[in-house]
Design a protein around this ligand. Structure first.
Ligand SMILES: NC(=O)c1ccc[n+]([C@@H]2O[C@H](COP(=O)([O-])OP(=O)(O)OC[C@H]3O[C@@H](n4cnc5c(N)ncnc54)[C@H](OP(=O)(O)O)[C@@H]3O)[C@@H](O)[C@H]2O)c1
Length: 289
């Protein structure tokens, strides 16, 4: 039996991990969120670790409001930098493995080929900078950790682009969606399964390692919106626009495709194609709504 603490368990990723957890009878989970285990409360985290001594911590908790982070810098730093640093110290103190999730927004978006884990980071937003600083704080405070960078996360749970497009398609006759930001979506259920699958192999790793994981395929937000309409059977016109026509407080990388060779070769992971996973999520949304 492996004892696993999941923080931020009511978010998109945490909820998908919870949903899959019964498929892993050799794992014993403790699912927590801000109301039961606030990761920024150092004293609370310390006493949790003293009392329960998890072997693995999957940190799904984060400050994820990309635009609001431009204003709420101190709060975003508390959750995305200082809290992960403390989680790393606590894991280190009992030799537990920390699995942490980061983002494609650590990159500038100026590349022309998929980013590798070793490529230079240069975030263009406060959120991206806090996530990068959080990664570095973990590496500085931990002997063994797995940091998984993902992008364009969506799920049956929580707020995300897929659910927003479906709602807007009902409310409006036409959607205008950015066509000059290129990346790869990630179905949180796929990422959740990978995280759970790689735990036994990850526990043997004695270093700080970074991996990239998204669904396979490369597309723009516009392409993604068109596919959402097609797969859901909604007859809503989608018009491509440029980033300059949809100004947001935080800048986004214009190209954030990530190279996934390392996670595939290290763990033998097979990654689903984005459209296949999108179809599964939309089916689930329509079936259960
Ligand atoms: N969403 C994306 O498109 C995306 C893209 C790339 C990477 N990521 C990364 O992927 C990870 C998972 O993202 P997600 O989309 O699942 O996030 P999410 O849906 O926003 O969930 C985050 C969870 O963390 C909780 N939380 C916030 N502050 C906390 C605290 N102090 N203590 C404990 N829990 C706290 C939130 O609770 P409340 O709701 O109560 O605040 C929420 O349940 C994050 O690290 C994120 O940075 C996300």
């Amino acid at each position: 039996m492996i004892d696993i603490l999941v923080t931020g368990a009511y978010g998109q990723l945490g909820s998908e991990i919870k949903e899959l957890s019964s498929n892993y009878p050799h794992y014993r989970f403790d699912f927590t969120d801000a109301d039961t285990l606030d990761i920024s409360d150092e004293q609370n985290i310390k006493s949790y670790f003293e009392n329960f001594k998890p072997q693995v911590l999957i940190n799904c908790a984060a400050y994820t409001a990309v635009d609001k982070a431009e204003e709420e810098i101190t709060f975003a730093e508390l959750i995305n930098v200082h809290a992960p640093a403390n989680l790393a110290r606590q894991c280190n103190s009992i030799d537990a493995l920390l699995i942490h999730v980061s983002t494609d927004y650590v990159f500038s978006g100026k590349a022309f080929q998929p980013y590798k884990e070793s490529d230079i980071t240069d975030p263009v937003s406060v959120y991206g900078k806090t996530k990068l600083d959080g990664e570095n704080a973990i590496r500085a405070n931990s002997k063994k950790s797995i940091i998984i960078r993902t992008s364009w996360l969506y799920s049956y749970y929580g707020k995300n682009f897929v659910k927003t497009m479906l709602k807007l398609a009902h409310d409006r006759g036409e959607l205008r969606v950015i066509a000059d930001q290129i990346g790869s979506p990630t179905y949180a259920a796929d990422l959740a399964k990978v995280i759970l699958d790689i735990i036994p192999q990850s526990m043997k790793i004695q270093t700080n390692e970074t991996f990239h994981y998204t669904n396979e395929g490369v597309l723009s937000w516009y392409d993604f919106a068109v596919a959402i309409m097609e797969l859901s059977g909604l007859k809503c016109k989608v018009t491509p626009i440029e980033t300059k026509d949809y100004p947001t407080p935080a800048a986004r990388p214009s190209y954030s495709v990530m190279n996934k060779s390392k996670i595939k070769s290290t763990f033998g992971v097979e990654i689903p194609y984005w459209r296949h996973s999108l179809k599964l999520c939309i089916t689930r949304l329509f079936r259960l709504s």
